[in-house]
Structures are given as C-alpha cells and as structure tokens.
Write a new protein. Structure first.
Length: 348
C-alpha cells in the first residue's frame, strides 16, 4: 500500500458541534484502481477531487455500488469498527449483481484500518459521535458501449458525524404507488441507482409533512418492506416482527444485529411478511406497541406515526420500548462500553 500524508490538515477549521451529515470530509482517502483484469496497488492519499472522463461508464450505465459504515472512539481514545466483514461481504454481493469485479478482503480491511488510523483525530468520542465511512466502487472506463466496464475505481472517504436524525417526531408515509424495488431487480444490492430513484417519491411525502417513505411490495403495495433507507421493525404485543430479506430488501447489518440481540434478551422475534392491514388492525386493538427503523446512520429510530390512504395514525410512547433497549445494547458494543459476546467490535 502506498501512503501519502496530507501536510496541511483542515481539522482545526471544523466545528464538530455543528456538522451537516455527509458534507465534511477528513484529510485522506483510500483509492484502488481495477485494470487489465486485476485490482492494482492501493493508495492512501490526501482528500482531493478526481479526474473523470465524460464518457466514464458509470455516468451512462450506472455501474456503481457503495457501503455505509462507522468508526467509534471510546473514552480511552481507542477506535473501533462494527462488523466490517459484513460490509465487505455485502459490497461484493452488490458487485456481483452489478457485474463489477469483487474487491479483495485484505485490501478492504487493511485499507479501512490504515485510513481510520491516519485520520483518527477526526473520530470524536461521545454519544452519537462517529466517523462515517463510505466505501464505493464505480465503472471508470471511458466508453459509452452498453456493456460492463473494463476499468473500475474503488475508494473510501470518511466524514465525521453526529446523530443523523435529531427531531423527536418521525412520521412516515406508506407507499401506495411508487416502489423501491421489484422481484428479480437490484433491491438487495447497495446500488447507487436504488437511492437516486427514491428521492422523488420521498420529496412528495416530505411536501405532505412526512420525513420518510415506508416502501411496500411492488406487486400489490400490501406488505411493508423498508422504511426509507432503513429496515423496519413492528412490535405487536410483545412480539417483534420484521420482513424477511429477499431480492428486494437490503440485508441490513444493524437489522441482523438487532434481531440477534432481541432474541438473546428473550424477545420473541418473527421474521415474516407483515401487511399494512395487520398493522392498522393491531393499532385499533391497542396491540401495536411500536414501529422503528434500523440502519447504520441512525442505528435505531422510533417511528412516531404513519400515513396511509389519506389517514394519519399516531403511536403512543411506551415505557418498555424495544427500540430504546436495542439501540442502547448496540451502541454500547460499538462504543466499547459493554462486553461484546458476538465479537462484532473490531479495534482499529
């Protein structure tokens, strides 16, 4: 690995108490190019703009995938990652679906650790503080041929972050027309286009006062699948229900962690399809206790209400919240506050 240290840090000019998510970046980035059938020697270089040919294949045919991860600093100044191998596995799963060559595990893990180590001062301790990590790959070959690229660029950039959603009200609109993904598509991959396609229906929901869209199945708009960019959980009585992953739903790492911890807490977890009608019926019968989203950026966020067929439904706050319990358990592992019986925490 080649390393070039940035001699002019910008960290002293950053107000870490006032960060807009994903708009501030650290001093360095990781870069590795694919050409002639192989990934070349990776580099860590000063954060900078990149030069891209106007005919770069990703700009025309959308061959681009990414991951979202975080690094955390504990009270003793040690920096940790959370289940990074799962991100590498999912990245390569996305690559396979988008006909992108898989990225080597050793390059991925060593690159992450070295990059975070070099920019470790950007990782601030304290609840909600983290360093957001964005590994991504895009097709870089200069070509407008409608075929897989022969050249790719893998990069990791890092952004200091605070809590993603600070508003205590989080209302969602259940999708009745637009779909995030369809059977046989790329919904399970973290393909860039999946997220671009969400912006328009999400903006329509936001115009009506909602923060996000709950996506439903493309065939009938009957089953709930994801909440915005998050997996979704529903608590009916004392049972926690979440949709099974399939080729439409992202295999969320926070989702998997929440399921494992919930089971170990003695919570009954059902991984099955759940209809909108079942949720509304449970609400009317006072059996719907909570709904929450789970994802890297937010960890876990309670949904306070939802809209469906021109009707708004509100959820009452409860004392024995699974969302609060699960978020606490996950973040205490991430910040090295509690024991980690699962070996999910990896020191940088």
């Amino acid at each position: 690995m080649k390393i070039e240290i940035n001699k002019k840090t910008k960290i002293d000019r950053i107000d870490f108490n006032n960060l807009d998510f994903g708009e501030t970046f650290t001093d360095h980035m990781f870069v590795c190019d694919y050409s002639n059938g192989k990934w070349n020697t990776p580099e860590i270089i000063p954060y900078q703009s990149i030069s891209l040919d106007p005919s770069a294949s990703a700009l025309h045919y959308g061959q681009a995938v990414f991951e979202g991860m975080k690094a955390y600093k504990d009270v003793n100044g040690k920096v940790w990652m959370f289940r990074p191998k799962e991100n590498w596995l999912r990245l390569n799963k996305s690559c396979e679906r988008m006909m992108i060559p898989g990225f080597p595990e050793d390059y991925f893990m060593k690159g992450l650790k070295k990059l975070i180590s070099i920019d470790s001062e950007w990782v601030k301790p304290g609840d909600g503080n983290s360093l957001y990590l964005r590994p991504f790959i895009f097709a870089s070959q200069p070509s407008v041929q409608a075929s897989p690229s022969k050249e790719y660029k893998f990069m990791i950039i890092c952004s200091p972050a605070k809590s993603y959603y600070s508003n205590s009200v989080f209302n969602v609109l259940i999708a009745e027309k637009y779909s995030r993904a369809a059977d046989g598509g790329v919904g399970y991959a973290k393909a860039a286009g999946n997220y671009g396609a969400q912006f328009y229906p999400t903006s329509l929901a936001q115009e009506q006062g909602y923060q996000q869209v709950v996506w439903t199945d493309a065939n009938e708009h009957k089953f709930i699948e994801e909440a915005g960019t998050m997996n979704i959980f529903v608590r009916i009585g004392d049972t926690l229900v979440t949709a099974p992953t399939n080729n439409r739903i992202l295999d969320g790492i926070t989702r998997k962690s929440a399921i494992q911890i919930a089971k170990d807490m003695g919570i009954n977890v059902e991984i099955r399809s759940i209809t909108i009608d079942e949720i509304i019926e449970a609400l009317k019968n006072r059996m719907l206790k909570e709904i929450f989203g789970a994802g890297t950026a937010v960890v876990i966020i309670p949904i306070t209400g939802f809209g469906y067929q021109n009707t708004d439904y509100k959820l009452q706050s409860i004392k024995d919240s699974y969302a609060i319990r699960l978020k606490k358990a996950i973040t205490e592992i991430q910040y090295n506050i509690s024991e980690d019986p699962y070996n999910w925490r990896i020191e940088v």
